[in-house]
Design a protein around this ligand. Structure first.
Ligand SMILES: Nc1nc2c(c(=O)[nH]1)N[C@H]1C(S)=C(S)[C@@H](COP(=O)(O)O)O[C@H]1N2
Ligand SMILES: [Mo]
Length: 553
């Protein structure tokens, strides 16, 4: 007797459930060896690293800081489709589906091997996933075939008995629509020779439900285990980090919030976040250490308490991301507390020629900063421990990150920092340099219009225009605005806090009812006025004047 053909719903479901079991078991094992080893997350992280910059820019543009959620959901859809397909090509024999499910798991193994932060145990998680996925597939498939065969036998028995038994509903289908192969006609009341009506289906249904529930429980357990490294407890244990030298209080008049600018200090929850980490790295302060090595006189190995015991300084700094379009949102300001990075490098003794400081995060991300900039006495480069009066939030690099005023984040602001290597620009390309971004990336002088917003309708009369401007480490000299290509009007600048932070501005314009295009441009303290020429963020930051179209009614 040939094996029965499973119906589409059952076969697709077998594929989906086995992949769910695989992902869950992978996640459970990852709970022990590091959540990044979870096949789903490892594949996602590797996808991030392999994604061409252009696509990544698109993702950031389209989804903003939800780009990671978009990736995870997109992957879920693709994997689910693949899983269903694996089931559908196995309507008679389980082997094709088992091979496909195994192949999917191999992707996880490759991804785990490619992750720099997982160590040797990393591939265990996807290997366990493969075993779970393939076994589940074989098991469910066997049960489904048995159920379908029982159905067929029953149908045969029914047609055999047709005409003898009175028509009736019996326990037909047992409330399990779609499971097993549907019989052509209505079920008939059973004859003595008939095989047990629904035991095959019931077994399959139970097994499927058990697999689904098991996947949720097992996956959830992995998630809990993975988070047993309690970063929040470590942050609480760290407590208050008080600087020996506090930054001056932010003066009144440092922003024009009432006119539509952001507040001068960005709260930690509102602070923009950009990084390649799909799971926020979890490093406890008590486990943390920083190795300083490479072209140095003496290697250093610093613990968190070593840094904490030093003279800590506090500075307000505006960070911004090179991937900002003109007028973009990835810019924020915080008060950072930390150790002057210059002091640490001087203790290690930088050898001549080491023009690049390579910093590395616990998840393997790398960043190259000009050594000369970090060593400038008044640059204010920091190994930061705290942000706005609390230990760094996990998303912003707890326990220690770099902050270098005046340079875009990708060449200066390494989060979850664990390694500093003195090297050269010739010898090493950091993460984004390898992907076509410039090795040198000082922040470009820029103005952004925050109010009115694009296509806003504002009442006639004096129109208040407000925004931000930045030229970190140079300082803003002037901001000008104009409407419809008319004469430039000098904006009023808010109180300056320091040259490393943004500067708010406002102006009032008399505008007739109708549509208007506003433009703004900033001039920094070196006398440089930002260029009108439009350039994309790649390779070293967007240029051009921000413009906003709006309507006066
Ligand atoms: N470990 C790590 N650090 C990183 C990154 C990253 O991907 N990984 N991204 C950098 C980039 S591109 C920017 S703009 C800043 C953003 O810092 P924030 O998320 O605290 O705002 O972090 C930098 N530090
Ligand atoms: Mo960035």
């Amino acid at each position: 007797m040939t094996a029965p053909r499973l119906n589409t719903l059952v076969s697709a479901l077998i594929g989906l459930l086995s992949v769910a079991a695989a992902v869950a078991v992978g996640h459970l094992v990852a709970g022990f060896v590091g959540l990044g080893a979870s096949p789903y997350l490892a594949v996602g992280n590797t996808a991030i690293d392999l994604t061409p910059s252009a696509l990544k820019d698109f993702a950031v543009r389209a989804f903003g800081t939800y780009d990671k959620l978009a990736l995870l959901l997109g992957m879920a859809v693709v994997i689910a489709a693949f899983a269903a397909a694996a089931g559908l090509v196995s309507r008679r024999r389980p082997q094709p589906g088992m091979v496909l499910v195994g192949a999917l798991g191999v992707l996880g193994v490759l991804a785990a091997l490619a992750r720099p932060d997982l160590g040797q145990l990393g591939p265990l998680a996807p290997v366990a996933a493969i075993v779970a996925g393939v076994l589940t597939f074989g098991w469910l498939h066997k049960l489904a075939v048995r159920a379908a065969a029982a159905d067929e036998a029953r149908a045969a028995a029914d047609s055999h008995a047709a005409g003898e038994a009175p028509a009736g509903d019996g326990e037909a289908h047992a409330g399990v629509p779609g499971l097993g192969r549907r019989n052509a006609g209505r079920q008939r009341v059973t004859g003595r020779e008939r095989p047990p009506a629904t035991s095959g289906r019931r077994e399959l249904l139970l097994a499927s439900a058990a697999t689904a529930v098991g996947a949720v429980v097992v996956g959830g357990a992995g998630q809990l285990l993975g988070k047993r490294v309690d970063v929040q407890a470590s942050r609480r244990a760290v407590g208050d980090i008080t600087p020996a030298r506090s930054a001056p209080a932010i003066p009144a008049g440092a922003d024009f919030v009432q006119d539509g600018t952001p507040s001068f200090i960005t709260s930690n929850t509102d602070f923009y976040r950009i990084d390649t980490a799909l799971v926020v790295p979890r490093v406890r302060a008590e486990d943390w250490s920083l190795r300083v090595h490479g072209m140095v006189e003496r290697e250093l190995d610093l613990r968190y308490e070593d840094l904490r015991g030093r003279e800590l300084v506090e500075q307000a700094v505006t960070l911004c991301c090179v991937s900002n379009e003109v007028g973009g949102p990835y810019i924020s300001t915080a008060r950072f507390v930390g150790v002057p990075l210059r002091d640490v490098l001087n203790e290690a003794g930088v050898r001549p020629g080491a023009d690049q400081l390579v910093s590395r995060s616990v998840d393997g991300w790398t960043c190259g900063t000009p050594t000369a900039v970090v060593l400038e006495p008044d640059r204010g480069a920091l190994l930061a421990l705290a942000m706005n009066g609390e230990p760094l939030p996990a998303e912003h690099g707890f326990p220690v990150r770099m902050v270098v005023p005046g340079l875009y984040g990708y060449v200066s602001a390494t989060k979850w920092l664990v390694d500093l290597e003195l090297s050269t620009f010739d010898a090493f390309d950091a993460y984004w340099a390898r992907r076509g971004w410039a090795k040198q990336a000082p922040i470009k002088t820029m103005a952004r219009i925050d109010r009115p917003s694009g296509f806003q309708r504002v009442p006639a009369g004096k129109v208040v225009v407000a925004g931000i401007a930045w030229a970190q480490h140079k300082g803003i000299e002037a901001v000008e605005v104009r409407a419809d290509g008319g004469p430039w009007v000098r904006a009023t600048l808010a109180t300056e806090v320091n040259v490393d932070t943004w500067r708010m501005w406002r102006a009032e314009l008399d505008l007739r009812p109708g549509g208007h295009t506003l433009e703004a441009r900033a001039t920094d303290r070196t006398g440089h006025t930002q260029t009108q020429d439009r350039a994309e963020p790649v390779p070293d930051g967007a240029t051009g004047w921000h413009s906003v179209f709006f309507t006066v009614t």
